[in-house]
Design a protein around this ligand. Structure first.
Ligand SMILES: [Zn+2]
Length: 290
């Protein structure tokens, strides 16, 4: 770093509008360099700033294309024509609390389900954890990750959530979730569903390599728990033979859960055969299952 540069830098530090310009320019440059290291990014930004005191970038920054994300589908083997529909209910317990409207209904109606839990949710819901353990004949507990970080191995933002961003971080997310489930006393999980249910192809291969199958779904029942009660009820009530339904069991204050609970009763009255993922054969696309 030259003395002249130091002088310019001090000059800029003394001038708030220039600092703001430098800061915003650095922000513009940084995403384009998301795959590089940070030192290089800052040096480049400062060099340009010194050469052009006006701080006006000559051309828009080149941004890398985002990773190609896939959202695998999963279906269970249907019961076949003339038989009651076979449906797998799957619930995500991402973080936060427990929706007892759903959990207590599953227990009182003896409806089996697969529940994807994070380490984070397990830690903050000891009562629900005890309830699940008392009903292991109903519930298959599977891995929703350690901290609810999307299992994508390059930097990306998905629904505003920062992805793991590297294969090491994907491994930590998956292994951390699995370890927490085993430590809580459940069977070793063999299914993984990442936060947002989106992945890139190399993360899918990595997670499969860790011994997991990846749990997609075929029917989005509650729109990330953001649907109204009537809309969630309508969607889930329309489940067909072989459907894997995804909904949330961690949002007790959202209206969607009320609709989810009503739809479960509707399906039961219709004679639907409820299965867990371990009860039947499944087929996933995008290389997500065997
Ligand atoms: Zn989740």
């Amino acid at each position: 770093m030259t003395r002249r540069f130091n002088f310019r830098l001090l000059d800029m530090i003394a001038s708030p509008p220039r600092i703001a310009a430098l800061f915003s320019f650095t922000l513009l440059i940084a995403p384009a360099c998301a795959f590089g290291n940070e030192t290089t990014i800052s040096n480049d930004a400062v060099k340009v700033a010194v050469a052009k005191p006006s701080m006006k970038p000559a051309a828009p920054p080149v941004r890398p294309k985002g990773p190609l994300l896939v959202e695998p589908q999963l279906r269970v083997e249907g019961a076949g024509k003339g038989k009651p529909a076979r449906v797998a209910l799957t619930f995500d317990a991402c973080m936060g609390k427990t929706d007892d409207r759903i959990l207590s209904l599953l227990i009182s109606e003896r409806i089996p389900a697969t529940i994807f839990v994070t380490a984070r949710w397990l830690k903050s819901n000891p009562q629900a954890l005890a309830t699940l353990k008392q009903n292991l004949d109903l519930f298959q507990i599977e891995n929703h990750g350690q901290n609810h970080i999307p299992a994508v191995d390059v930097p990306a933002s998905i629904y505003g959530i920062a992805a793991a961003g590297s294969s090491d971080a994907v491994m930590q997310e998956v292994a951390g979730g699995g370890d927490a489930i085993a430590a809580a006393g459940f069977a070793k999980p063999r299914w993984f569903r990442g936060a947002t249910a989106k992945y890139d192809a190399s993360a899918i291969r990595q997670i499969r390599g860790m011994g997991y199958e990846i749990a997609g779904y075929s029917l989005n029942g509650d729109g990330g728990s953001l649907l109204g009660a009537a809309a969630a009820e309508k969607k889930i009530s329309a489940a067909k033979d072989g459907d894997v339904v995804i909904a949330h069991i961690n949002q007790p204050t959202h209206a969607a859960g009320e609709g989810v609970a009503r739809a479960i009763l509707t399906l039961k009255k219709r004679g639907v055969e409820f299965v867990r993922l371990q009860d039947t054969r499944e087929t996933g696309n995008q290389g997500s299952t065997r």
